[in-house]
Design a protein around this ligand. Sequence first.
Ligand SMILES: O=C(O)CCC(=O)C(=O)O
Ligand SMILES: [Fe+2]
Length: 376
Amino acid sequence: MAPALVEVSLPEAINYAKSGTGAYKDAFAAGPKHFKADAELKGTDKHPPAKYPNYLPTWTDKKYPPLEPFEHYEHGRDAGASFSNLLKDATKVDDLTANIGAEVHGVQLSKLTDAGKDELALFVAQKKVVAFRDQDFADLPIRDALKIGGYFGRHHIHPTSGGPEGHPEVHLVHRSADDTTSRDFFEERTNSVTWHSDVTYEKQPPGTTFLYLLDGPAAGGDTLFANQALAYRRLSPEFQKRLHGLKVVHSAVEQADNSRNRGGIVRREPVTSIHPLVRTHPATGEKALFINPQFSRRIIGYKKEESDYLLNFLYDHLAKGQDFQARVKWAPGTVVVWDNRVTAHSALLDWEDGARRHLARITPQAEAPYETPFEG
Ligand SMILES: O=C(O)CCC(=O)C(=O)O
Ligand SMILES: [Fe+2]
C-alpha cells in the first residue's frame, strides 16, 4: 500500500529539496568566467575561430518573472503510425540499439510539413532519442530554428545558461578549445556521468527536445541516453505498484547556487516542483520513471533515509542499465531529438584538450507530468 499522500506547501517543499540526496554539479558549459569572446571570434594561434559565431554564448542581467502555466498541445497524438510524412525521404533508418535510439539519414528536419512534425513527436516518443544526420539546422537563422522547435511547445528559457545574443530561448553548451575545466573536473571526480532529464524542476518540463552540434572534437564528447520507460518496465510488478502514487520534489535551487558561485547568472528565481515518480506519456501511453539525480531531491511523505534509499536504488538502476541506454556520437550536421519525458541523458567530458565543443538546445516545454494507475 502506498502511504497516504501528504500535501506539501512550497516552503516545506524547499526544505525537503535542501535536505535531499542529490548533489548538483554542472559540467556541461563553462560559464561566463571562462568565456573569452575575443579568442572565440578571432581564434588564437592554437585554435581556429568559432564556426558559428552567431551561436556564441552571451549572458545578460535581465531578470525574468516566474513561468506561467500554459496549455500544452501534444502533436504526437495526431501522428499517423506509418511515419509516411516524416520518413518519406529517408535513405537509411537504423536502430541504435534494440531498446532505445534511432539514426536517420536523408530527412531534412527544416523541410518537414506539420504532418511530418507530428510524426516526429511520436517517432521520438517511441524511439526515445533519434539522431538526424546531415541537417542544415545549424545554418538556418536562429529564429527559423526556433520556429521549428516552437511547434512542439512553448520555448523554455533556461535560468542559468548562456544564449546567443537576442535569443535567450536557445540553451548553449560551449567549451572553448583552451578551457581546462574538464581536466580540473577530474581532479575531483572519477567520471563525468551526470544523468538527468532537463529542467525537471519546472512545473511543465520539456518534451520533444532538440540538441544540435555546432562544433566538436573528432572523438569524445558523446552523449548518453537512457530509456526511462523501459527502466520502469524492468522493475517487478510488485515494485512498480509500490512506486505508483509517490510524489517527488525536484529542485532548481542547487543549479542556481552553482551558477551564482561560478559568477554566472540566475535569470529566474529557482523553483521547486512536485511530480509523480511514475509519469505517463500523453502520446504513447507508456509509463516511465521520472526521477534523476540532478534535480530530484525527496520523496514526499518519506523520511530522509527512506527517500534516499529508494531514490538511490532508482538512480543506480538507471545508471547500470546499459541494456536500455544508447550512446550518440556527434558529427557535423547532427541534430539529436529526444523526448525528455521518458529519457535521461548525460554529456561526457572525455575529449582531449584543444578541441572546442559547442552545441545548441531548443527546449519546448510540455504538459505537467501526470500519472495513470498501475495496470499490472
Ligand atoms: O553536452 C551534451 O552532450 C548534453 C548537455 C545537456 O545535458 C543538455 O544540453 O541538455
Ligand atoms: Fe541536459
